[in-house]
Write a protein that binds this ligand. Structure first.
Ligand code: CTP
Ligand code: MG
Length: 200
């Protein structure tokens, strides 16, 4: 049974200043690095791109882009792994870890890393509470799903910053595997400088 990857790369990079997926990182683009790792870890890869760039065309939100990618995954696939092109330093080992966790029985598996900052819930400038850091993880991609669980979660057309949130809302089981500290998301030009330093 096959494992498909969906690499979502249809964002506009508003915080970066331009579509960051096409920036060079150590001589290769951010997008190509993510595709290369996904290709090594999965049987097939769907790449979701801005309109006019080829591949599968993305949508207005990240969730819309994932849904467009899902439409290109064959129905007999077993597992689908959604990865943000914006995390180019991901390793095949992390893909394997989330895939294995789904094979072991979860509907979904996500990488999580311990939070080192203290996190407070706020309302404007007023602090409402301080959360217990020991109970929190910062979640990354790749995120692996049983194909039917992800399709069901997306069927309602919901919007969330990751796909696991939609599976959680649909009542599915989501587990966390250890993430990678170096699997940073490129959001701003500073992040790209950090990624260059991690590669050197
Ligand atoms: N993405 C996408 N389709 C969208 C929005 C985001 O495929 N409509 C992708 C991005 O290309 C990125 C990943 O989802 O690989 C994570 O999104 P983010 O880091 O927020 O990238 P952008 O949306 O491009 O950046 P910004 O939010 O600063 O505009
Ligand atoms: Mg975005």
């Amino acid at each position: 049974l096959s494992v498909w990857a969906i690499v979502v790369a249809a964002g506009s990079g508003s915080r970066f200043g331009r579509p960051k997926q096409f920036e060079s990182l150590g001589g290769t683009t951010i997008l190509q690095r993510s595709i290369d790792v996904a290709s090594r870890a999965c049987d097939d890869v769907v790449v979701v791109l801005p309109a006019g760039e080829g591949g599968v065309t993305g949508g207005a939100t990240r969730s819309d882009s994932v849904r467009n990618g899902l439409a290109a995954v064959p129905h007999d696939a077993e597992i689908v792994v959604v990865h943000d092109a914006a995390r180019p330093l991901v390793t095949p080992a992390l893909f394997k870890a989330v895939i294995d966790a789904v094979r072991a029985g979860a509907d979904a598996a996500v990488p999580g890393v311990a939070v080192s900052d203290t996190i407070k819930r706020i309302d404007g400038e007023r602090v409402l509470e301080t959360l217990d850091r020991a109970e929190l993880v910062a979640v990354q991609t790749p995120q692996a799903f049983r194909l039917d669980a992800l399709r069901r979660a997306h069927a309602s057309g919901g919007d969330a910053t990751d796909d696991a949130a939609l599976v959680e809302a649909a009542g599915g089981s989501v587990v966390v595997v250890p993430g990678e500290a170096t699997n940073i998301k490129i959001t701003t030009p500073d992040d790209l400088r950090v990624a260059e330093a991690l590669l050197s």
